[in-house]
Design a protein around this ligand. Structure first.
Ligand code: UGA
Length: 464
């Protein structure tokens, strides 16, 4: 039977907030700390701040009970045995991860450690960060026997973060201390023992009491590298399939068939082989750059990652060229855009290729009407509404009178649009699909001129 522990989570962003509510969900008492007073107040008052499946339900269940929100880091450190650092590690101008937030919370924690405390790096950090955290604590006068630093990277994806946390493929704990490793093992016991999955109200997913997740114990440095290497590998898989898609396009082959054919090889696997307009988001672009930079600092040339980045940048350019080729000229064209978030299921627009593409279209003199099920409010902050940049309340309104419709985000709902209705409201039935959400045969049957990624285009006779 697992025991309830007192956990502090610093940072109420995507990772921190999800970790906080999920630790409560598996039976722990959590204090979530953020130095942004307005965020803390919003969370205390019932706002979820981000769009994430199950987050609102879990917050409703635990807010101000098993999860409390505060700005007081000192009191939280004193009250808890384990302190998770989940603050931002943005990309600096040189490509390195900027660790100034990690450093400043570490110094603040140092002033409040009065008993043995385990500090856990949850943010994505480069190898050697645990050594810097250790040094910073010691420099601030904390005795070595009063703390340990552990790396416990997070592998959650935005949009499915809660179920990823509760149904992980693996839990990685990097610790050079047995005492700290034991504590982290106890913390995750409700998941690793399978106990959580027996609960009638457990959130569903691929783990079960019979097949609980595995906790992998490693050194701290290995755990730090596992996080960067995982994201870099996934980004590489995407750049690889995007390159294959370009080859398919040039040969009239079909990338979907190719991806299925290679993905059935168990050594390759079917996931992360969806071609598109390039990866984006707050993780892959920054983490590939940071991992490359780590290698450079160590005198190693990780040239493969440079190629991964280059393919990704070119993929968006290629899509832009495809839109141009479908339209002949762009100036003054009315374009409908479906999706602004960096991927479906989230309201996050950080490093979104969709936003980047819209900027390129506006610069060419297009008039854009965009619809996104969740990201519109955030998008308006970077693409303010104007005569050229308009926002619609649904996909059909966006498509109304459009010369072409572009699919830029893989929201599930887009695949179920009424194609007859869509074709009727558009000025010309041209769709350029950057996420391959529609079936080319169906698009042909509905009379669309349809271009997608790595699949033969559809050119109905009446517009050829
Ligand atoms: C990613 C990782 O998948 C998580 O394991 C990791 O924990 C997280 O980064 C992080 O470091 O915090 P996330 O950025 O939320 O998660 O989103 P993904 O689902 O990985 O998608 C990233 C980008 O790749 C998106 O723009 C998506 O559209 C694109 N993508 C993904 C493709 O173009 N093709 C694919 O087959 C998969």
């Amino acid at each position: 039977m697992s025991k309830s522990m007192k956990v502090a989570v610093i940072g109420s962003g995507y990772v921190g907030l999800v970790a906080a509510v999920c630790f409560a969900e598996i039976g722990h008492e959590v204090i979530c700390i953020d130095n942004d007073e307005s965020k803390v107040q919003a969370l205390q008052g019932g706002d979820s701040l981000i769009h994430e499946e199950y987050l609102t339900e879990l917050l409703d269940r635990y807010r101000n009970k098993a999860v409390t929100f505060t700005t007081n880091l000192a009191d939280a450190t004193k009250a808890c045995d384990v302190v998770f650092i989940a603050v931002g590690t943005p990309q600096s101008e040189t490509g390195d991860a900027d660790l100034s937030y990690v450093e400043s919370v570490t110094s603040e924690i140092a002033r409040s450690i009065t008993k043995y405390t385990v500090l856990v790096e949850k943010s994505t950090v480069p190898v050697y960060t645990n050594e810097w955290v250790t040094r910073t604590l010691q420099r601030n006068g904390v005795k070595r026997e009063l703390f340990d630093v552990v790396s416990n990277p997070e592998f959650l994806r935005e949009g499915t973060a809660v179920s990823d946390f509760l149904h992980p493929d693996r839990i990685v704990v990097g610790s050079d201390s047995k005492r700290a490793a034991d504590l982290l093992e106890a913390l995750y016991l409700p998941l690793t023992s399978g106990e959580y999955y027996n609960r009638i109200d457990a959130i569903g997913g691929h783990c079960s009491a019979a097949a609980p997740p595995q906790l992998l114990l490693t050194s701290t440095k290995s755990a730090e590298i596992i996080k960067h290497a995982s994201n870099a590998y996934l980004a590489m898989k995407i750049s690889f399939i995007n390159s294959v898609a370009n080859l398919c396009e040039a040969t009239d082959a079909n990338v979907e068939q190719v991806a299925r054919g290679i993905g059935l090889d168990a050594r390759i696997g079917p996931r992360f082989l969806s071609p598109g307009i390039g990866y984006g988001g707050s993780c892959f672009p920054k983490d590939v750059a940071a991992f490359r930079s780590v290698a450079e600092h160590l005198g190693l040339d990780f040239g493969l990652l440079k190629e991964v980045q280059k393919v990704n940048e070119l993929q968006l350019q290629r899509f832009f060229a495809k839109v141009r080729s479908a339209m002949w000229t762009l100036r003054g064209k009315k374009l409908a855009v479906l999706g602004l978030a960096f991927k479906g299921g989230t309201d996050d627009i950080r490093d979104s290729p969709a936003i980047e593409l819209v900027k390129m279209l506006l610069a060419e003199g297009c008039v854009v009407t965009a619809y996104d099920p969740a990201a519109t409010t955030r998008a308006k902050a970077v693409l303010p509404p104007s005569h050229e940049m308009r926002y619609a309340a649904d996909a059909y309104e966006a498509a109304s009178g459009a010369d072409a419709l572009l699919v830029l985000t893989d929201w599930k709902d887009f695949a179920h649009l009424d194609l007859d209705k869509l074709g009727k409201v558009m000025q010309y039935p041209t769709v350029v699909d950057g996420r391959n959400i529609f079936d080319p045969e169906k698009m042909a049957a509905h009379g669309f001129h349809y271009l997608s990624i790595g699949r033969p285009g559809v050119y109905p006779e009446r517009i050829q």
